[in-house]
Ligand binder design. Structure first.
Ligand code: OVM
Length: 410
């Protein structure tokens, strides 16, 4: 793969790249492109989509923590909501800025807080143990299809409070949603024939009377808690279903690909698996290190709210900037040997969950899924052996696997 770079005075002497970051070559393996983006400077102009791009940790961290200059309210995909109608009503969390963002964020942060998620701990750990007990040892399994894509669906929809019928719509909905943050390419076209009925189902599940009140005995579901916040007046009744929709949008595919990432990491790093087995308290670090290493959410855009100087480039007001989170998470200026999956490092500070006011509100839920599954697997299996060639799942926003052929050895 080669990237042609030349300087175009028309865009304020930004390095220019005509690479398509949403093309299949780069989705298959973006590492070389990321390295070239970081080498080119703090910001590069992507001529193919008429947008800017950041790949270095420091500049991206500064941009993500400056929501006043780098807004989300014009959409965090390629589509600019100032000029284009969004394909679905915008998220009140992801695709909004203060002050609109404030109360939905406050409400959901409380519902998904460390303390709140701790109440799920014993239930999800028990479910993980039952699930792992059902896996066959020493036989061909797929760590993606049989494990990573299964466990979140055993625990998360119950916690939200949605019914059992139609749950097979959750993954296709998320996959299309994350594709739709990119350009209208073949990946988006692939999802379009079914997205009408799939989103209708998702939207229906967000209604108050569709959601279960309690789970695991007497715990109020996430969905019921969103509606309770509307009853208290912390958010409006009109906002409640859109906030429940955020749980179903951001909470399934992301954790599936996060678990796929950590299982692939351990299948290819048996020494690290041994380390985890010797010290299961490393499970949470392991999951976060996998989120840094693989960055299941690879990219999000921001929009310039003013002319912003980055290095010696001025990004004009109203223009989109693509943040390559996966590139920042492997920036050698920030990380020692960034390409190594290493439980001995401190992965905190990675931008795999974003950074700043939009940083993943569900991260404690995601970490609990990772911890519960890893501890249960580590308790039972000595080795995760790769038995074939893993294949990538291509998505305009997410990096993940279609298949990870493995055998688990007791
Ligand atoms: C939302 C939403 C959707 C997709 C991703 C996301 C990673 C949030 O609807 O709020 O955050």
């Amino acid at each position: 793969m080669t990237i042609t770079q030349y300087r175009n005075p028309a865009v304020g002497s930004a390095p220019v790249s005509d690479v398509d970051p949403f093309g299949h070559d780069i989705l298959e393996n973006p590492d070389d492109f990321h390295a070239q983006l970081r080498a080119a400077g703090p910001i590069t102009y992507l001529s193919r989509y008429d947008v800017y791009a950041m790949g270095r940790y420091d500049d991206m961290h500064a941009a993500l923590t400056d929501w006043q200059s780098f807004q989300s309210g014009a959409g965090v995909g390629l589509s600019n909501f100032r000029y284009e109608k969004p394909w679905r009503p915008p998220s009140l969390l992801l695709e909004s800025d203060p002050p609109v963002h404030d109360s939905p964020r406050e409400v959901l942060s409380a519902i998904l807080s460390v303390r709140a998620v701790r109440r799920l701990h014993e239930h999800w750990c028990r479910d993980a143990e039952e699930f792992v007990a059902s896996l066959h040892a020493d036989t061909d399994l797929d760590a993606e299809c049989d494990v990573a894509a299964v466990f979140p669906l055993r625990v998360f929809p119950d916690a939200v409070g949605i019914g059992t019928a139609g749950r097979e719509n959750l993954l296709p909905y998320g996959d299309h949603l994350f594709n739709a943050f990119g350009p209208h390419n073949d990946l988006v076209a692939k999802g379009e024939p079914r997205i009408g009925e799939v989103s209708r189902w998702v939207n229906e599940q967000c209604a108050r009377d569709r959601l279960a009140q309690t789970v695991y005995g007497d715990q109020p579901t996430f969905g019921a808690q969103v509606w309770a916040a509307a009853d208290r007046g912390d958010i409006t009744v009109a906002q409640a279903p859109t906030i429940v929709r955020s749980l179903l949008s951001a909470g399934v595919d992301t954790t599936v690909h996060g678990l796929g990432a950590v299982l692939y990491a351990f299948a290819t790093h048996p020494d690290q698996w041994a380390r985890l087995r010797a010290n299961p308290a490393l499970a949470r670090i392991a999951f976060d290190e996998a989120v840094r290493w693989e960055s299941p959410v690879q990219t999000f855009f921001r929009t310039a709210t003013r002319d912003i100087r980055v290095g010696n480039v001025v990004v004009p007001e109203g223009r989109k900037i693509l943040m390559f989170l996966g590139s920042a998470n492997r920036d050698p200026q920030r990380w020692d040997e960034p390409d190594r999956f290493d439980l001995a490092r401190d992965p905190s500070g990675h931008v795999g969950y974003g950074m700043g006011i939009h940083q993943c509100v569900g991260q404690h839920v995601a970490r609990l899924e990772g911890e519960a599954l890893l501890i249960a697997l580590a308790q039972r299996f000595r080795r995760i052996e790769l038995t074939g060639v893993p294949t990538r799942h291509h998505n305009n926003t997410m990096r993940g696997w279609a298949s990870i052929p493995v055998a688990f050895a007791e």
